[in-house]
Ligand binder design. Structure first.
Ligand code: SAH
Length: 434
């Protein structure tokens, strides 16, 4: 086994269970290493800290998989996956989980934990039979499987492998997903920007028999999914992320519960997730603003699919920054769910300006007593900094606001306690007092 030794005094985080080791913390490597190879991590004094994979090209040189010297093989991945699937049981009812059969698939058998009741009451995923058939099944570090994402859209699985280390286990992972979930089909969406940093080319396409990804095989252009008994078309091939923002499910539920009679502005609407929820929650009018024509077209389809009359809807293809500056109307409820403005640490300064700008203009366009759900999915901007940005925006907008609640992603996107960086999504519900 190849051994990686840390510099003196750099063992604190990994010895607690933090899965990342930065290249600057490493003193020496004993053995011939290839990108993605399995290594054992030791403190400067030679104490074993964990087993993981190494990539000399990446700033995060080691990602730990286990804290014990266990074999990293198919059985290891099976254990991690079974634990991950058990967690999701309360979201996916057994009847609708990929692979669930009359005898019950692994999600039917798994011991599901109770869904924690939510402080705001209205935000939880409804767990009625078949209400929701799509969620994240494997959430990388959050499920102690760094570099691996798997989402289920009905009976279809979408796989995203983000690191060279995880790529080494692609065959085992695909074979386990087939064995445990028996999906109708799997699609590879391994095209996240992080792959370039890992020295990996993108890999996308339907996953065919031998486990490799191949373009050309038949895979539906759009998959219809159910979320809290609403219907959405998901473009797994061309859409953003793996096709749908599954991480906003519970925040969308919150909006449904708040929308009655309100004039709603949904900024960065993508395919209309919040717009559908707000409309079915009884909004008086909904304006969706989105830069991508394809996403906006799918937003319209999703409204129609949910039998929402289009006369109360305004679909605007625009840059939100410009739209908010030009807009003269005031709203009762504004949703701001922009893309991550800071994807890297070096982008934080610019991102702060961006978040402040859209929040400032949104605050100006909100009626007294009105609400703003404002989100950030930038990993490098934590909840504390985001709240500061919001307060600077309020100063410039000359408004007084209250925080009614602040949430993250739902439980199918868990954060490992020792990996706070995993808590990327922040959503604040604000009320404009005056
Ligand atoms: N709230 C959505 C997800 C939003 S993702 C949901 O629940 O599904 C962010 C969206 O913002 C993407 O669709 C992206 O195309 C869009 N976008 C990015 N920059 C934009 C800009 N400057 N103006 C308008 N839309 C933008």
């Amino acid at each position: 086994m190849i051994k990686v030794f840390l510099k003196q005094g750099r063992e604190d985080a990994p010895s607690r269970g933090h899965p990342w080791v930065f290249s600057g913390a490493i003193e020496r490597v004993e053995g011939e290493i290839e990108a993605g190879g399995i290594v054992d991590l030791f403190s400067h004094a030679g104490e074993f800290l964990g087993r993981g994979y190494y990539n000399p090209r990446s700033q995060i040189a080691v990602r730990l998989l286990a804290r014990q010297p266990v074999a990293i093989d198919k059985a290891f991945f099976r254990g991690r996956m079974e634990s991950a699937f058990a967690l999701r049981k309360h979201i996916l009812s057994p009847e609708t989980a990929a692979g669930a059969t009359a005898e019950g698939g692994p999600l039917a058998k798994a011991e599901g934990g109770p869904l924690a009741s939510d402080p705001f009451g209205q935000r939880a995923t409804s767990s009625g039979a078949g209400a929701t058939n799509s969620c994240r099944l494997i959430h990388a570090e959050g499920d102690l499987l760094p570099g691996l994402i798997c989402d289920t859209y009905g009976d279809y699985l979408v796989l995203q492998v983000n690191t060279a280390g995880m790529e080494q286990f692609r065959d085992e992972i695909i074979s386990l997903l087939k064995e445990l979930l028996a999906p109708t089909m799997m699609y590879d969406r391994s095209d996240a920007a992080t792959r370039a940093q890992e020295g990996l080319p993108d890999s996308t396409g339907p996953i065919v028999e031998d486990g490799s990804s191949a373009t050309g095989a038949a895979f539906p252009d759009l998959i219809e999914i159910r979320e809290n008994n609403m219907r959405f078309l998901v473009d797994v091939k061309q859409g953003q992320k793996t096709g749908f923002y599954l991480d906003q499910r519970d925040n969308r539920s919150l909006i449904r519960g708040l929308a009655q009679g309100k004039r709603v502005l949904n900024c960065f609407s993508y395919t209309g997730g919040f717009s559908v929820y707000a409309s079915l929650g009884g909004a008086a009018a909904v304006t969706s603003v989105e830069a991508s024509a394809e996403a906006l077209a799918l937003c319209k389809e999703n409204l129609i699919l949910n039998n929402i009359p289009l006369d109360g809807q305004r679909l605007v293809k625009a840059d939100v920054f410009q739209f908010l500056r030009d807009e003269q109307d005031d709203y009762d409820l504004i949703i701001l769910d922009p893309p991550a403005f800071a994807k890297r640490k070096g982008q934080v300064k610019g991102a702060i300006r961006g978040y402040k700008d859209i929040n400032l203009y949104a605050m100006k366009r909100t009626k007294k007593g009105g609400l703003i759900l404002t989100c950030s999915c930038s990993q490098h901007i934590d909840a504390g900094l985001f709240q500061k940005i919001l307060s600077y925006a309020a100063v410039d907008a000359n408004r007084q606001l209250q925080i009614l609640g602040n949430w993250g992603a739902p439980p199918d996107h868990p954060t490992a306690l020792h990996h706070p960086e995993g808590a990327y999504l922040k959503a604040f519900l604000l009320r404009v007092v005056e």
